[in-house]
Design a protein around this ligand. Structure first.
Ligand code: CA
Ligand code: CA
Ligand code: CA
Ligand code: CA
Length: 165
């Protein structure tokens, strides 16, 4: 069972094995002597709570935004992955993380720190790791010690124009 995107409530209940509609599929307790007893059946209420306006992973996109379907508007992302929005700070400068992945700030800063061997001008704040399971940009993992073409440069290019601002 999985929760829908919006808040919902569902009631789960054990069905006794004596129920005539479920041939021998219901709940029953059998003791070591083989004596079967129908257990006391209390229902369980499952509450599904809609993702909030909070930003659980702290990447600048709200949980609800990341749950959306349009990547350009910050969607198609993981609300528990802090690395899937390639908005970077600028060392000692403005605007820093501004909620937008753009050419002038984010791409330029990542490419300016291109370091396929991990030496200078490497800077961890521009580093992302592999694209994780499935090999898609929105599965980007944390820093891997190098700023290279396949993960970092192509990663930020994939997200140019994406905005959570
Ligand atoms: Ca987030
Ligand atoms: Ca995220
Ligand atoms: Ca930015
Ligand atoms: Ca990297």
């Amino acid at each position: 069972m999985s929760c829908p995107a919006t808040s919902a409530q569902a009631t789960l209940a054990l069905i006794p094995i004596t129920n005539p509609f479920i041939t021998n599929q219901g709940s029953v307790f059998a003791d070591p002597d083989g004596v079967q007893t129908t257990p006391k059946l209390n229902s369980i209420t499952m509450n599904c709570i809609a993702k909030s306006a909070g930003d659980t992973d702290g990447d600048g996109c709200s949980d609800a935004t990341e749950n959306g379907s349009d990547p350009v508007q910050g969607g198609d992302r993981d609300w528990l992955n802090p690395w899937d929005f390639y908005d970077v700070a600028i060392a000692g400068g403005l605007p820093g993380k501004d909620g937008v992945v753009d050419l002038a700030n984010d791409y330029m800063q990542v490419s300016a720190h291109f370091s396929p061997s991990g030496g200078p001008p490497y800077d961890i704040q521009y580093d992302r790791g592999t694209w994780g399971p499935g090999g898609s940009w929105n599965n980007t993992q944390g820093p891997d010690g190098v700023i290279d073409l396949p993960n970092d440069i192509l990663g930020v290019i994939q997200q140019l124009g994406h905005s959570c601002a």
